[in-house]
Design a protein around this ligand. Structure first.
Ligand code: ADP
Ligand code: MG
Ligand code: MG
Length: 553
């Protein structure tokens, strides 16, 4: 392509134009709840003692260009990915083989596994599991051929608390309104650019195949339809007399990303007439109960709203927007509360097994290919080889860090990959092209490049196996964008974007050792997060990234 989409974008703004655009974005954000509660770094406790304030979510002023072929590919794979992770979470033995070496050195995973074993021993009373997933990707540019088109590589697959569907829809709306506002009288619409379809310059290609604004984002409708599918599949109340039913949004105490969650709960009621309640993790044991086995062996989860204790509800689905990180289990009752939810009849989104299925270790093991075990074929036997190859093409190379001496009898990891991972991680030159990932979620946990060898040197060798090593995805030469941060600062620079595709899946699996019976499998909605090129990490909540939308070309 003669015209370089990245270097010529976004269209330049005069200082006055930028000021006006920023003011418009600030106002639009609050008008439409594209907002977060501010951190105490933005507004002090003294200045905001009653926590009434909200501010704009960090957003880019322009949507980022993204190749349509890669976007379409990510979308086309989502239902296959949904099915893959449903199958992993349904194969308890396979999962145990993969994570048992981690459990030896990782208390967090060990506690989760213990909950599964304990509920299994008592007997599960719910055979349905719901996943609200987000598969995250970056574009990868081949190093030796700058002209070659970028390919799509998966960063990770999230099986718990996949967030920002609500706000991502709003960013797409914001950018669309800025790109399509009636011109030419309008001074808010973006300046002319071929990607917006409002350029008249003859040397700018009409060949750019853009519709001028971001695609509609269906994340809220998709995620909410997933919750509704779980709610319906739960069936009638198992209590006598029957209770009204509800969905629970399990949230962190002091959650700042509350408007993202409210976008879902509001839509769940508006569209599906399903009531939901926000339950902070600290109040699980106080506000929910399970009847004794004598009173009701079905173990319905009963929720008592603090605002009207006389009206009890039976919980159909517990949607976890919390409890994905060890730091969230600081209270002495946290693990008991997690166990309490797991043994109930409510459908968990996710179950403990599904949360464990999303660990980075599982993702590394799934990249194994013949002559190693072909897990994809085993988990997805009904899909043609071409589909599996397409899915496999999104994998970046990943390696185990188990040393040969700690190799168990597991047949699930490729034995020859293990020394390779350690060799790459310990060489400064080779580590420079890699990221070291622990079994954690939420951003800010990884070790990058040349920090890897000294980091491994600083911990006992017996601990190495709790990490996986992944080749760095190398995004194309940087695009530019401008970000309005939540503290009002405007930051310009070279950026890198990460695309997330949302998907939902509901399945039945009474045995936990067989293929799942899939009842609902949907794809829809996207998240684009954009960060400064120099930043390794990418989380929005963790403070590294901004919310963005995309403009396809
Ligand atoms: P988490 O579950 O904590 O979000 P991720 O695997 O998504 O863990 O890693 C966090 C961030 O690190 C990503 O958002 C991305 O910016 C960066 N990252 C992770 N893996 C890679 C990779 N292979 N190449 C480049 N960047 C990566
Ligand atoms: Mg994650
Ligand atoms: Mg991530």
């Amino acid at each position: 392509m003669a015209y370089n989409i990245y270097s010529e974008y976004p269209p330049p703004l005069t200082a006055d134009q930028e000021k006006y655009l920023v003011q418009t974005v600030k106002n639009w954000s609050i008008e439409h709840a594209l907002a977060v509660r501010p951190s105490s770094a933005i507004v002090s406790e003294e200045a905001n003692p009653n926590h009434v304030l909200a501010t704009n979510a960090p957003v880019t002023l322009f949507p980022s260009p993204f190749p349509k072929s890669c976007f379409d590919q990510a979308r086309s794979l989502q239902q296959v990915y949904n099915e893959l992770y449903a199958a992993v979470a349904s194969d308890e033995q396979w999962l145990e083989d993969v994570i048992k070496e981690l459990i030896e050195v990782d208390d967090f995973l060990a506690n989760l596994w213990k909950i599964h074993l304990s509920v299994k021993e008592e007997g599960y009373v719910q055979d349905l599991t719901l996943g609200l997933f987000r598969s995250d990707y970056m574009l990868h540019a081949p190093e030796d051929d700058e002209a070659a088109p970028p390919s799509l590589k998966q960063v990770e697959f999230n099986t718990i608390s996949s967030s920002f569907g609500g706000l991502a829809c709003l960013v797409a709306e914001l950018h669309t309104s800025l790109a399509t506002y009636p011109s030419p009288a309008n001074s808010v619409a973006y300046p002319p650019h071929p990607l917006f379809g409002n350029s008249s310059s003859p040397d700018q290609p009409s060949a750019i195949n853009s519709v001028g604004h971001p695609p509609t984002n269906a994340a809220v409708a998709t995620l909410t339809a997933g919750l509704a599918a779980g709610h319906q599949a739960y069936g009638p109340s198992k209590s006598t007399p029957p209770l009204p039913t509800c969905v629970i949004f399990l949230v962190q105490d002091g959650e700042r990303n509350v408007f993202d969650q409210l976008a879902l709960s509001t839509f769940l009621y508006k569209e599906h007439k399903i009531p939901s309640f926000r339950l902070p993790t600290s109040q699980v044991l106080e506000l929910t109960s399970i009847p004794s086995p004598d009173a009701n062996p079905a173990r319905p989860l009963i929720y008592t709203p603090p605002s009207s204790p006389s009206t009890q509800y039976e919980v159909t689905v517990v949607y976890f927007r919390a409890w994905y990180a060890p730091t969230e289990y600081a209270a002495s009752t946290s693990w008991a509360a997690r166990h309490h939810l797991e043994r109930s009849a409510a459908i968990k989104c996710p179950s403990v097994l599904l949360q464990l299925s999303g660990s980075k270790k599982v993702q590394q093991v799934l990249t194994s290919r013949p002559p190693g075990p072909d897990h994809l074929k085993a988990f997805l036997p009904d899909h043609p080889t071409a589909t599996l190859d397409n899915l496999r093409s999104t994998f970046a190379p990943q390696y185990s860090l188990s040393s040969p001496s700690s190799t168990t009898t597991s047949s699930s990891t490729s034995p020859e990959a293990e020394p390779e991972g350690i060799r790459l991680a310990l060489s400064e030159a080779l580590a420079a092209n890699h990221v070291l990932k622990p079994q954690r979620e939420g951003g800010g946990n990884n070790i990058y490049r040349t920090n890897i060898p000294p980091f491994l040197g600083s911990i006992p060798r017996s601990q190495w196996k709790q990490y996986i090593l992944m080749e760095l995805i190398r995004p194309p030469p940087a695009a530019k964008n401008t970000v309005l941060r939540s503290d009002g600062q405007v930051v310009r620079g070279n950026v890198v974007s990460e695309l997330g595709i949302f998907g939902t899946c509901l399945w039945r699996n009474p045995l936990r050792s067989a293929r799942p019976q899939i009842l609902h499998n949907a794809e829809g909605g996207y998240l684009l997060r954009t960060k400064g090129k120099e930043s390794d990490e990418g989380g929005v909540a963790a403070g590294f990234s901004s919310l963005d939308s995309l403009i396809l070309y």
